[in-house]
Design a binder for this molecule. Structure first.
Ligand code: MF3
Ligand code: CO
Length: 256
């Protein structure tokens, strides 16, 4: 069942989303060669708590941190680690969530570490573009699968594959609500979008094949072929007109 949110509820999600978006923007200058993935997590947890909010991921199904930090061929759910030091040329995906008065926001970006190769920069850019390209289908009357179809068309037109094993989701009082938001598939299927739906839309695209596996820590999802992966996510409010992207910092119209 898809839970619609009223204006008051959306107002609280926007307060949460503003903090999430702002932290992800700040990370652009925090992330550099020599820091660990645990340093990134510490920054995120401290900032969420300094706003009087709760890191939504911590303790979720036993997840041990406030951020997921996934490097290079890691797709999502990388566990922060003091010993995992970022190197010049890496790409790192950071996924965070904040809970304000019980309302959750969820967003992710992939960042270059120092100067990266053209191919690494390109997958980051295409992943972000695939998100912004799907927004024209995020309006009342479109169908759910129009979103994933738009993401897939963009990613595949640039030679990337789309991850199937992880999907976006409805979001509200729970981080994961109905519906599942696939990043692939035929258009024109699934429920019609309605004002008051709130979706976490999160393309995950791979340089090689779409196949994934989960490492022995039971969390970290990686590409089977160990080629690069990028992730870009925002919490999006559906309206009768243009969608509201509530986790995008105003200092960066197109996101970090
Ligand atoms: N942000 C992730 C998602 O979009 C959730 C993180 S899973 C957690 O589904 F366990 F780390 F919380
Ligand atoms: Co999500």
């Amino acid at each position: 069942m898809i839970i619609l949110k009223n204006d008051n509820e959306i107002g609280m999600m926007k307060i949460s989303g503003k903090v999430t978006g702002s932290i992800l923007y700040e990370l652009r200058t925090v992330i550099k060669p020599g820091i660990s993935t645990a340093d990134i997590n510490r920054y995120v947890e401290e900032r969420i708590c300094s706003e009087g909010m709760i890191p939504s991921f911590k303790g979720y199904n036993g997840y041990p941190a406030g951020a997921c930090v996934s490097v290079n061929y890691e797709i999502v759910h990388g566990i922060p680690d003091e010993g995992r030091i970022l190197q010049e040329g890496d790409i790192v995906s950071v996924d965070i969530g904040a809970t304000y008065k019980g309302w959750v926001s969820d967003a992710a970006r992939t960042y270059p570490v120092g100067t990266v190769s053209e191919k690494a920069g390109h997958i980051i850019e295409v992943c972000r573009d695939s998100f912004f390209g799907c927004l024209r289908y995020c309006t009342e009357g479109c169908r759910l699968s129009d979103i994933g179809n738009a993401v897939q068309r963009k990613a595949e037109s640039e030679g990337y594959s789309v991850v199937r094993d992880f999907v976006g989701h409805g979001i509200g009082r729970d981080m994961h609500e109905d519906p599942q938001v696939k990043n692939y598939g035929a258009p024109g299927k699934g429920p019609r979008l309605l004002k008051g739906m709130v979706l976490a839309i999160e393309p995950m695209i791979n340089e090689g094949g779409h196949e994934t596996e989960v490492l022995a820590n039971n969390w970290t999802a990686v590409t089977i072929d160990r080629k690069l992966s990028a992730h870009y996510e925002n919490t999006v409010v559906i309206t009768e007109g243009a969608p509201e992207v509530i986790t995008l910092d105003e200092r960066d119209e197109r996101g970090a």
